[in-house]
Design a protein around this ligand. Structure first.
Ligand code: PAF
Length: 280
């Protein structure tokens, strides 16, 4: 596995692969890798000739400076994991490499996808994600790029970015990886206290209970049901929404659209966790 820090060093590698007609797979990450990331890489390895993972904690997508500071960083362990998993190249740029003109974000129109859920609670977050992913795509020039459904809204936004900008990259969604107790894998899980780590699987339990409840109830009733369950837990619910997977607009009942998914953000002390589950 090769380790590269500069776009300039990656360019000849990518150019040569393209000349040889090789397919390039790409997994963008912010490091602190877990089985969820490795699952993205495994999907990439199955479908491409050469696979690149980037590790870059993108400052422009953190609306909370404290969150950015707290974000776990463990480059050496990450490299070891990637190398063992069969990654071909890891790209670890510094902030100047991605933002040569300072930490500026482009403003995107994601057709309203950016205004729902995470967009309401993390202003500017998706412009930061769009800016960095666009820049990484320009550098890596992948055929296929892999995004986890854990950040389902991000995945939809990246699909919209590719459509808006007419980028020649295929976006591949990858299902959520869960711990044995149901907690969705996330780098942030490392930050949970032992007590909160024990409590956190309640998110997935509530999502499953809500899925059953929604069969015979409206979205508004289901929302109340969920709020109630969170009140009995140690977690603080930030939002629960039932939305159309296509537009991410909230729905009233199950007659609205083909695929419906429920989305949760909740705090375990000061650690913010998100999860989602397809209802239909
Ligand atoms: O999902 C993430 O880890 C990040 O949002 C991404 C896509 C790597 C952009 O910084």
């Amino acid at each position: 596995m090769i380790l590269l820090h500069k776009a300039e060093a990656l360019k000849p590698v990518v150019d040569e692969l393209r000349k040889q007609g090789k397919r390039i797979g790409f997994v963008p990450t912010m490091g602190a890798l877990h089985q969820g990331h490795l699952s993205l890489l495994h999907h990439a390895i199955a479908q491409n000739d050469f696979n690149i993972v980037s590790i870059f904690v993108n400052p422009t997508q953190f609306n909370n400076p404290d969150d950015l500071k707290k974000y776990p960083r463990m480059l050496e362990i990450d490299q070891e994991l990637l190398s063992q998993a069969g990654c071909d190249a890891v790209f670890v740029p510094d902030v100047e490499e991605i933002y040569p003109e300072g930490e500026l974000t482009e403003k995107f129109d994601f057709k309203g996808l950016e205004r729902q859920m995470e967009g309401r609670f993390r202003p500017g977050h998706f412009d930061g994600v769009g800016t960095v992913v666009k820049r990484l795509f320009e550098i890596v020039k992948p055929d296929n790029a892999y995004f986890g459904e854990k950040d389902f809204q991000q995945l939809r936004i990246i699909q919209q970015l590719v459509e808006n900008q007419k980028l020649k990259v295929n976006i591949v969604p990858v299902p959520i990886k869960r711990e044995e107790d149901g907690l969705a894998m996330s780098s942030r899980n490392l930050l949970l206290s032992p007590e909160m780590r024990k409590e956190a699987p309640v998110i997935f339990e509530i999502l499953n209970a809500a899925k059953d409840f929604f069969i015979e109830h409206s979205a508004a009733e289901t929302k109340k049901f969920v709020e109630n369950l969170f009140e009995q837990s140690l977690l603080q619910l930030e939002y629960f929404e039932i939305a159309d997977e296509e537009t991410l607009q909230t729905v009233e009942d199950r007659n609205c659209c083909i695929h419906i998914r429920a989305f949760v953000a909740a705090f375990a002390d000061d650690i913010r966790l998100i999860d989602n589950l397809r209802f239909q």
